[in-house]
Design a protein around this ligand. Structure first.
Ligand code: MSP
Length: 644
């Protein structure tokens, strides 16, 4: 059966400047949807590009003493570089200066003119060059552009006008009959009110500059940049040059755009298409804006975030994950470095990274690296299997409604549940009893199977990490051809698969507040004390004030591993609520590393740091000790809680 087509677009960005994290956000969302659709078996056309004409670009080029073409060529190269670094899987990149587009714009303009929907008149009004938008006096906000608040200029010139007013009722009917057309609903209501206020004919040509596509029958005019730009979506779909392609992909399924340009896409664009006699797109989705620490990004405030620098520092998947998880599609969202680091540490390094690391190292240690066929299943296994099934089914529903946040949240609930499943089933104890081999095999198989499913489900969001998990699981099949259906069927993992050595997928980001970052002096005696839980019967009496000098707090164990070449020491990474620490603890004979992750232990926070086996240990965890037993003191309280 031929695959169903799916066509998704981003706005084509102005190459007046380099792109920032807000542009990267929009393209990442579109990429996640495009990748999801491919996974779900669709034949996807994913388009992005650059909107290169207009007064703004012409001025920018002049300021830089260069030609508009040379100016845009350089900036467009930086767009392409960014999309490559961010792993954007666009199938086409359209530049409005390409011949295929130039021809299309002229053909469309001519056709609409020939049928009488474009006419010549005198334009007098206001123009916002940064937004490339015409405004009437009554629309201005205290004399400024009502969209961006910047100064507007008076424009008085002979122009061609597009008879938008003629299509007002047809457009309103279409919007009312197609509730999906403008999303989210709040934007739809805004647009309905705007149209009901009356559609004016639109000025669609300019004569006071020349950086644009000439009107074919009157070449002292260039086509208005928005008329030029909007038609990119049909140029790339093949309207003029490839009828078969056009029949396949048009109408577009989603035009994903920022909320400020929904108006252009849900009013001007549909009217152009109506005039052409072409079907309207199925959906215009207006996403929210990304602000930085609560503030709008702007050059003058100096708070513009460069996505390339972030990708270099944290990797593309971490940035993609943050943008997709942290911001609810359709609403504004906040970018902050702290929030980014928190997401990386909590969701990627801890939850996902630990699940992979714990599972693979146990399969390595207890089963020689082989994922054995599962034995019988208990109620706890059934519950996990059911959760995996529901997660994969719900994921599809969420993604079909562009609810990326909900899809991600569900996958992370499954990851969290599976980490807990490790603690509840205790594979380290099962491994000690040969009679429990069948049970051990079931538990280890289930862990690997969840990871197989998770790798598929996260692949649209984190396309570098997903195949890494696949490879570490030892799966032989080609990840590039994996399907959503394979995530929806439990038990597909072939028994006998040999896992690879676990490699960390997301290193934890250790960024401490500056005053804590300096290294503290190291004390040999404290080192020994920290390595071994102290045994101290009959010590001299102390006062309450002396006891109060010991800063005891609850710490959550984020990661645990054996210290190389010792059989006693574990290296723990703990979270104290306000900071993370590494601690060396002499408990390896009593605890498997996997057992500790996620536990809330009690710790001496103000113990002098000590260097043990070359590693700085900052604190000590408390344990009750018997002759050959040891049990950590734990507390079911949030990390950072004081212990008195
Ligand atoms: N060239 C026009 C679009 C023409 S589409 C036929 C344009 N270009 S732009 O370079 O200004 O890009 C605007 C788009 O970039 C927004 O619609 C939005 O998708 C994205 N964003 C720009 N700043 C943004 C934020 N601060 N936050 C989120 N998205 C942002 O308009």
């Amino acid at each position: 059966m031929p695959k169903k087509p799916f066509y998704i677009t981003t706005p084509i960005y102005y190459p007046s400047d380099r792109l920032h994290i807000g542009h990267a956000y929009c393209t990442t969302v579109a990429d996640a949807i495009a990748r999801y659709k491919r996974l779900a078996g669709f034949d996807v056309l994913f388009l992005t590009g650059s909107d290169e004409h207009g007064q703004k670009i012409q001025r920018k080029a002049a300021e830089n003493n260069t030609t508009p073409q040379a100016y845009v060529d350089k900036i467009v190269a930086s767009f392409k570089h960014l999309w490559e670094k961010l792993n954007i899987s666009n199938d086409d990149f359209i530049r409005t200066t390409e011949p295929r587009h130039h021809e299309l714009v002229q053909a469309v303009f001519q056709k609409i003119y020939d049928q009488g929907d474009i006419y010549k008149a005198e334009y007098e009004g206001w123009y916002c060059t940064p937004c490339e938008t015409f405004w009437m006096e009554r629309q201005l906000n205290e004399g400024k552009c009502p969209d961006c608040g910047r100064a507007v200029e008076i424009v008085k010139e002979e122009s061609y006008f597009f008879r938008m007013s003629k299509y007002q009722e047809r457009l309103l009917d279409y919007i009312e009959e197609n509730p999906e057309f403008i999303q989210p609903t709040s934007r739809r209501n805004e647009m309905i009110n705007f149209i009901k206020g009356g559609l004016e004919d639109l000025c669609v040509s300019r004569t006071t500059f020349d950086w644009g596509i000439p009107v074919p029958f009157d070449t002292k005019h260039v086509v208005y940049v928005w008329f030029d730009a909007l038609t990119n979506y049909i140029t790339a779909a093949g309207y003029l040059h490839d009828r078969e392609k056009f029949a396949k992909y048009w109408p577009a399924d989603i035009h994903l755009v920022g909320k400020e340009i929904v108006r252009f896409h849900s009013i001007i664009w549909p009217v152009i298409l109506m005039a052409l006699g072409v079907d309207l797109p199925k959906m215009v989705y207006g996403h929210g804006w990304l602000v930085v620490e609560g503030d709008k990004m702007s050059k003058s405030k100096g708070n513009v975030i460069d996505p390339l620098a972030l990708i270099d520092e944290f990797g593309p998947d971490a940035i993609r994950y943050f943008l997709l998880r942290e911001i609810t599609l359709g609403l504004d969202g906040n970018f902050s470095r702290d929030a980014l680091i928190n997401r990386i540490n909590a969701d990627l390094a801890n939850d996902l990274g630990n699940l992979l690391h714990r599972s693979l190292s146990m399969i390595g240690r207890f089963n020689g690296g082989v994922i054995e066929a599962p034995g019988g299943t208990d109620a706890i296994d059934q519950e996990l299997i059911e959760l995996a099934r529901i997660t994969a089914a719900q994921y599809e529903k969420h993604m079909e409604y562009q609810d990326i946040n909900a899809a991600l949240k569900d996958v992370w609930t499954l990851i969290g549940r599976t980490n807990k499943y490790i603690d509840e089933t205790g594979p380290w104890a099962l491994a000690k009893d040969p009679a429990k081999k069948g049970r051990l095999n079931t538990v280890l198989f289930n862990l690997a199977e969840v990871l197989r499913i998770v790798a598929i489900l996260i692949s649209p969001f984190t396309p570098v990490t997903a195949p890494k998990i696949w490879r570490q699981l030892g799966l032989a099949s080609d990840f590039a051809s994996v399907t959503l259906g394979e995530a929806q069927a439990w038990g597909r993992l072939p028994a006998g698969t040999v896992v690879a050595k676990p490699e960390p997928i997301f290193p934890r980001i250790e960024e401490q507040p500056e005053e804590q970052a300096e290294t503290k002096p190291v004390d040999k005696a404290a080192a020994v004390a920290a390595a071994d839980a102290p045994q101290a019967p009959g010590l001299p009496e102390i006062t309450i004030d002396e006891f109060a000098k010991v800063d005891l707090r609850v710490a959550k164990v984020l990661a645990a591993e054996k210290v190389k070449k010792t059989d006693k020491l574990l290296l723990l990474t703990v979270d104290l609520g306000t900071e993370q620490r590494t601690i060396i603890s002499g408990i390896a004979k009593h605890y498997e590393p996997e057992q500790l992750v996620g536990q809330n232990v009690v710790m001496v926070v103000n113990l002098k740091p000590a260097k043990i086996r070359g590693i700085e240990s900052r604190g000590m965890v408390l344990a009750a000790v018997g002759d050959d037993r040891l049990q950590l003191v734990t507390a079911d309280m949030p990390a950072g809680s004081k212990v008195r």
